[in-house]
Design a binder for this molecule. Structure first.
Ligand code: KIV
Ligand code: NA
Length: 273
């Protein structure tokens, strides 16, 4: 059964979130029974081949989220608002969020940061019925300004900024917050201080939930191991081996066999000669 926002707020069991970007991904995640699916703007990196999430557009997100929703009709669906689509004022942010909700059937949107501008957007959206998931710690959309894709919250200033950002997001009305790449002890403190669930990625075991990127979890890219991710499969290796086997069999005329071939009615062939 699809989770609701109140149900997620009060969940006693750890929440399971995974990203998905297309129809098969949505189907696999829903069949596995996850609590939430995130159409992350990591789309830019893992599916579209950009080296950052910055080029991802709202139309890209909507196109992919629609496909995920077709594969996962009964799972709580969160869609990332990409870079630039919630930074030019509350009206624009509301318009972006409404497009996502109306055009994809998403249940919530997610956005990065806890600047006064973002907090205002979170507050207006949540008060107007758009559930918002926050995201603090490492924030890929603005990683350049954070000094690259680096662990956050190691020193006092950065730890305080992350804690205060999470508290401010809760106060603004966010229903959950992603903690990305921060020390496990800090994530534990933040989780204890908040009433809303924390969902960790590279944030230790004490968060109220966990999220992994689909391609990391499934090992879809060989040689792309990340400290914060665990690879539960090596599908990239499997895919490469399968395509190589197919290529070998085509070249050896071993594929297709009779199993994959169709037969004619008995008397037809003679008439064609
Ligand atoms: O875009 C994404 O996949 C994310 C998760 C890593 C939380 O924001
Ligand atoms: Na993201």
């Amino acid at each position: 059964m699809k989770r609701s926002v109140p149900d997620l707020l009060h969940a006693q069991e750890p929440l399971v979130m995974v990203t998905a970007y297309d129809y098969p991904g949505g189907r696999h995640a829903e069949a596995a029974g996850v609590d939430l699916i995130l159409v992350g703007d990591s789309l830019g990196n893992v599916v579209l081949g950009y080296d950052s999430t910055a080029p991802v557009t709202l139309d890209d997100m909507i196109h992919h989220a629609r496909a995920v929703r077709r594969g996962a009709k009964d799972t709580f669906l969160v869609v990332d608002l990409p870079f630039g689509t919630y930074h030019t004022g509350v009206t624009d942010a509301m318009r972006s969020a409404v497009r996502v909700i109306q055009e994809t059937g998403a249940d919530a949107v997610k956005m990065e940061g806890s600047s006064p501008e973002v907090l205002e957007v979170v507050s207006v959206l949540s008060r107007n019925g758009v559930p918002v998931m926050g995201h603090v710690g490492l924030m890929p959309q603005t990683a350049t300004a954070q000094g690259g894709l680096k662990v956050q919250g190691r020193d006092e200033e950065s730890a305080r900024r992350t804690l205060e950002g999470a508290l401010a997001l809760e106060a603004a009305g966010a229903f959950a917050v992603v903690l990305e790449a921060i020390p496990a002890r800090l994530a534990r403190l933040i989780t204890e201080r908040l009433r809303i669930p924390t969902i960790g990625i590279g944030a230790g075991v004490h968060c109220r939930g966990q999220v992994l990127v689909y391609h990391d979890l499934l090992g879809l890219y060989e040689g792309d191991e990340k400290k914060l991710a665990k690879r539960y499969a090596e599908l990239g290796k499997g895919a490469r081996e399968a395509i190589s086997a197919y290529a070998r069999e085509v070249r050896a005329r071993e594929f297709p066999t009779r199993d994959q071939s169709f037969v004619m009615k008995d008397d037809v062939l003679g008439k064609l000669y």
